[in-house]
Design a protein around this ligand. Sequence first.
Ligand code: GLA
Length: 399
Amino acid sequence: MSSKLLVFGRGMSMKIAYYGSCILLSVLILLSCSGIARAQDSTLARTPPMGWNSWNHFACEVSDAVVRAQADAVVTSGMKSVGYVYILIDDCWQGTRDAAGYIRPNAKFPDMKALADYVHSKGLKIGIYSSPGPKSCGGYTGSYGHEEQDAQTYAAWGMDYLKYDLCSYDGMGDQVAAYKKMGDALKKTGRTIVYALCQYGMQKGWQWAASVGGNLWRTDDDIRDDYYVMSELGFGQNGLEQFAGPGHWNDPDMLEIGNGGMTADEYRTHMSLWCILAAPLITGNNLAAMDAGTRALLTNPEVIAIDQDPLGIQGHRIKQEGPLEVWMKPLKDGSTAVGLFNRGWGAMPVTVDFRDVGLGNSAVVRDLWAKKDLGPFQEKYTATVPQHGVVMLQIKRGT
Ligand code: GLA
């Protein structure tokens, strides 16, 4: 090309450059419209995925009937309307492989395609679970040696999400390669499938999970319905914020809200912290038997908006004094979400200094759980925070 340009002279070379760039642009537009250019669907998981997963409450009691009832409840409880759309089947659905090696569900799931159709008919999405090892964590059939076949099967059933749990693959070989194998297999199906890695943060998963196609990845061990386990996981995310962003999220594990092991203040801490962390909001309770208090914690639109903010910045800690912590998350509209946390015993005052969140001297404060504007304040704002509780604020620059 360059030698021809020399012969044609400057005018001709400009024309070639002009028409060349037009052709290149058209090809790019065509490719992106047709989806051929998709490496990892760029519209997938632009905000942290929201939904329900069977494991925390139902474990191996999950069944077709349970999943249908939870899908119904997501709609009737109002959860769908605030963003919870993924209905995720965790471990214990797998049966055996047929003669050709295709995985079949066990007797609790008579027809996976019909179940997916049912969930889709409610305007929801559905997900499934497997392992790169020969066995899942619960001892059910894993995808080892059948990765492409399994990905094709999930796509044929209409699955929109896969949680891929290390389990028996641990010690068997190169984890990164194993997760890439399934990531590639999912892409090859041509179906848009959220890819959730679950390898408990081993080998600093946050550093490579997105490169193998991951949209979210667990950063630590399993959550339990216990304040100390939940808070170790949640507050322990500090420092991982650089790895999260639209399409790729750190996952401190699913929510335990409503399962009965924590107080209302502790569950409020759980929800607030996960939202400040831009963590996936995957509920793990029985939505069909949820009380009003649980529903209020899970469906506060202003709190959820912090999690789902389009900037997709994971929040971080800005101050710690013993058991008292202040966390912040910058938001698209220029305001800042702030969590005042008390991890200690008894109510205590916690203060946010506006300069620490880049807001100057004067700021306007709203309490997101109380749904109340608290007014303008100078320099700082102090709230009394209950034991193991939180006060969650949205702060805007004052005029
Ligand atoms: C692991 C995962 C859990 C759950 C179980 C299922 O422990 O971390 O989230 O999927 O396996 O067996």
